[in-house]
Design a protein around this ligand. Structure first.
Ligand SMILES: [Zn+2]
Ligand SMILES: [Zn+2]
Length: 634
């Protein structure tokens, strides 16, 4: 019961901070919607990487404000680090009037004040019609950023479209002017030659990532009467694998819609890039589409499999996070980072189900599924941060963890865990506990469906943004307890809000399995993490707290020259270390700044373990049946 007043308190704090943060810019703003907001996107010079955005705004005649504020978001939904998209905006200007299409107009330039890092204030000068123009630089192939170059334009709307302050709820129009011969593809198109879109609000505009290219391909299939498009843009050799990729995507769609039922959209678009640059990689969920970027070429070994793994994750987000969502996830305040306790459900459970759906769609077999879960458990149980940070706290710290750039040194390698794998293992254990305790009658699938029903389908709309309302982690705890028929207070206290090791064996026993812990096969590293960004040197990227490396005084940034008086490289240092045993003193030479430092590592008992989910002896037919129902989604 403690959490009820606390939540009310948090909610009123949130409301207060929302009011305060917008107050500075709201006083002169009208409450009623503007008469119209229209965007035009042009890309006349792709080699410059400059998108050209025009906004035409018609103001209400009866309540004309003195000025109007335009703002660039600091981050965009689905990626929680703050990137400050305003840093790539240039040549912002405001003009009086709106010029009809095709006409030549001479419009007066209006005064613009830059109010802060993300806000431009335009004086209206008693005019009801304004045109805003700016350019925005984009040269990252990523679901979070945008790219314009001679190959294509690919954008995430949050990184290029400003909103009118206090008017995110207003309907908006978009017209795209592509280079000759380039096609426009997105998750809200009705035909291949469409140039104009209407969106109910700015949030949906930026939820519609778009690809514009001369040579992308489009495949289609239908499931339950819904149209699915697979757009592929390959910068490397496809090796004839595209048709098989599309067939496997259809298997994933079938497995996931079998769990949830037909989705509410009429069509959905997978926007997939094979970057063939060995570094661009991302997956980003949207209401009727996803952007997936693979660093390899489709024809290369393993790339198709990696893509499908991402597809299974992103498509699960159609329900979990895009529609069924934590209360803080939409509509958003883009002047500050988002804080939610629920990402271990929104992302972690999506990780769990993504992998389970790879099994249920028969793309993976049991062995492949368990290998993935073994890696996840091994990663979490070996992470020093898993003893210090709970699933809820990790969710709250997403702005520090989710691809966040760090100019300042941090100790996050020792103190944090990711809500992705932590949520995945919570999902695995909770699913099996519910299946076991209800003799297979119910599962986490039922909890998720009931959450979707209660919060998305059946709740009155809480905001302009989307159907239904968001949930709190207390809501999830209640629904999970009610659905499964047992009280989860203790489970949440210990494993979600606390840092205790999950009851893996209690859960796995129901399906005739258990968790086996073995000494890690990988060589002992004495607590040293390598900085792989510094090629050609063996530079320390992180030092594990309380490790032999820390005892020896080694630091991040030290370049290791020799171990045991022999010169070492990043390729052979682990082999060199493996020649020693527990208790040995290994002399180390490192370069730090302009000095050479001699020290010694005193080796201890290895601390890394490998975890494997294995079958128990004497498995009963009931346990086997429960396992089959779980893995096959029966
Ligand atoms: Zn492209
Ligand atoms: Zn995700």
């Amino acid at each position: 019961m403690d959490c009820i007043p606390r939540n009310k308190f948090i909610r009123s704090l949130l409301l207060l901070s929302l009011l305060l943060s917008s107050a500075a810019f709201t006083l002169a703003q009208p409450e009623q919607p503007l008469r119209s907001i229209a965007y035009r996107l042009a890309m006349p010079r792709p080699v410059s990487h400059l998108f050209e955005v025009t906004m035409e705004v018609e103001l209400p005649e009866d309540q004309l404000p003195k000025s109007i504020d335009f703002q660039m978001a600091k981050w965009s939904p689905g990626r929680y680090a703050v990137f400050d998209f305003a840093k790539n905006v240039q040549q912002f200007e405001a003009l009086g009037g709106i010029c009809p299409r095709g006409a030549q107009c001479k419009m007066p330039t209006f005064p613009v004040n830059r109010m802060d890092d993300q806000t431009w204030r335009v004086s209206t000068m008693n005019t009801h019609r304004l045109t805003i123009r700016y350019k925005v630089f984009g040269n990252d192939l990523s679901g979070t950023f945008s790219q314009l170059d001679s190959r294509h334009a690919n954008y995430n709307g949050g990184s290029i479209f400003m909103y009118v302050v206090n008017h995110k709820p207003d309907p908006v129009r978009l017209e795209i002017d592509p280079p000759a011969g380039w096609h426009i593809v997105n998750g809200r198109m009705t035909s291949m030659d469409q140039r104009e879109w209407q969106f109910p609000n700015w949030d949906i505009l930026i939820d519609t990532p778009t690809e514009i290219a001369p040579d992308s391909t489009l495949d289609e299939f239908r499931v339950d009467g819904k149209l699915y498009r697979v757009m592929v843009h390959s910068f490397g050799d496809e090796g004839g694998k595209r048709a098989a990729l599309v067939r496997d995507i259809e298997k994933i769609v079938r497995a996931e819609t079998a769990m949830w039922g037909p989705p509410e959209f009429d069509s959905y678009t997978f926007l997939i890039h094979f970057a063939a640059d060995d570094h661009s990689g991302d997956g980003m969920e949207h209401l009727t589409s996803t952007q997936i970027i693979e660093p390899g070429a489709l024809g290369e070994t393993g790339v198709s499999g990696d893509t499908l793994d991402t597809v299974a994750h992103e498509f699960f987000h159609v329900w979990n996070v895009k529609r069924l969502r934590p209360v803080e996830l939409g509509p958003w305040d883009f002047t500050r980072p988002a804080n939610t306790r629920g990402l271990w459900i929104a992302e972690g459970f999506t990780n769990y189900y993504g992998h389970l759906m790879m099994r249920r769609s028969s793309i993976w077999d049991d062995t492949r599924f368990f290998r993935t879960e073994n890696q996840t458990v091994t990663g979490i149980e070996n992470a020093p941060g898993s003893h210090l940070m709970s699933a809820e706290e990790s969710s709250l710290l997403a702005p520090f963890l989710d691809d966040a750039p760090h100019a300042q040194q941090t100790n996050l390698a020792n103190t944090s865990i990711s809500y992705y794998p932590k949520g995945e293992v919570i999902g695995l254990v909770l699913d099996l506990l519910i299946r076991g305790k209800t003799n297979g009658k119910l599962s986490l699938d039922d909890v998720m469906r009931r959450m979707y029903d209660e919060f998305y389908l059946k709740s009155p709309n809480a905001t302009y943004y989307l159907r239904g309302r968001g949930y709190t982690t207390e809501d999830f705890q209640r629904v999970a307890s009610e659905t499964s028929g047992f009280d989860l207070t203790d489970f949440f206290q210990r494993y979600v809000r606390g840092c205790e090791v999950l009851p893996y064996d209690d859960a796995l026993a129901y399906v005739g399995m258990h968790l086996v812990r073995e000494q890690a096969r990988e060589p002992f590293n004495a607590g040293i993490g390598v900085d792989w960004e510094k090629p050609g040197t063996l530079t320390i990227g992180s030092v594990r707290n309380d490790s032999p490396a820390e005892d020896a005084g080694l630091q991040e940034g030290d370049e290791i020259i020799s171990l045991g008086r022999k010169n070492v490289s990043r390729e052979n240092w682990l082999v060199a270390l493996a020649r020693y045993k527990q208790g040995d003193r290994v002399p180390v030479t490192v370069k730090r700044d302009r000095r050479t430092i001699q020290t010694a590592i005193v080796l201890r008992e290895p601390e890394r373990f490998e975890y494997k989910i294995e079958e128990r002896k004497n498995v009963t037919p009931t346990q086997k049946a429960l396992r089959a129902a779980w893995l096959k989604g029966l």
